[in-house]
Design a protein around this ligand. Structure first.
Ligand code: ATP
Length: 199
């Protein structure tokens, strides 16, 4: 799997449509302080479903929309599109190329897209779970992240290790199955009560 490109419009300091291509090999992004290097990393986090405004150095999610500058008025929408080459099927999917997009409007409308088709956040989270680049993954280390990892509790560290080892996905599925089992068991109790009453 390879990150091919990212297209950013109206996200943080990227007022204009900006496309960044990532050719094979290592890509370094350099620039003066405040030029938007971290905003690029954050746009990747965001398009993959980040829900915490704080993680994106904001207080509310609308803070990611370009808020204007001395010579440019603010935007009404932030949009990020990430394109991945998945020819090696690293992300288990029938798609040889994966295009993920997220849009947020100032009026509160928000949407996610998978290969240009509108989808749910859950679809994106599930697709990237255990890929190492999904929501909350450590493939993007932001400023302050290292301190947070070093100061994390043993339970938090265990979650990190489980996620890297690919166990976390199964733990999530087990929790969902257990919840369904509890609901089914409750329903069965109710049915048995009714049967007892009728007998
Ligand atoms: P450093 O090298 O100091 O870490 P950087 O290149 O990583 O800097 P960023 O932190 O990515 O820079 O960008 C910060 C810039 O983004 C600031 O100038 C800030 O005003 C701008 N910015 C952040 N959010 C928005 C927004 N919603 N609208 C407009 N500009 C924004």
């Amino acid at each position: 799997m390879q990150l091919k490109s990212i297209e950013i419009v109206g996200f943080k300091s990227f007022a204009e449509k900006t496309k960044i291509d990532f050719p094979t090999g290592l890509t370094g992004i350099v620039g003066p302080n405040g030029s938007g290097k971290s905003n690029i990393a954050e746009s990747i986090r965001w398009v993959l479903g980040e829900q915490s405004a704080k993680t994106l150095r904001g207080t509310k999610m609308f803070d990611v929309i370009f808020s204007g500058s001395a010579d440019r008025k603010s935007q009404n929408m932030a949009s990020v599109t990430l394109t991945l080459d998945n020819a090696d099927n690293y992300i288990q999917s029938a798609l040889p190329e994966i295009k993920v997009a997220r849009k947020l409007f100032r009026n509160g409308d928000s949407s996610y897209f998978l290969n240009e088709k509108e989808c749910r956040l859950k679809d994106i989270v599930n697709l990237f779970m255990d890929s190492g680049i999904g929501q909350g993954s450590l493939s993007i280390i932001s400023q302050g992240n290292i301190d947070a990892i070093l100061n994390s509790t043993s339970e938090e560290r265990r979650t990190i290790i489980e996620s890297v080892a690919g166990i976390y996905k199964y733990k999530q599925q087990k929790m969902t199955a257990q919840k369904e089992l509890t609901t089914t068991s409750d329903n069965l109790d109710r049915v048995n009560d009714i049967i007892n009453e009728l007998e």
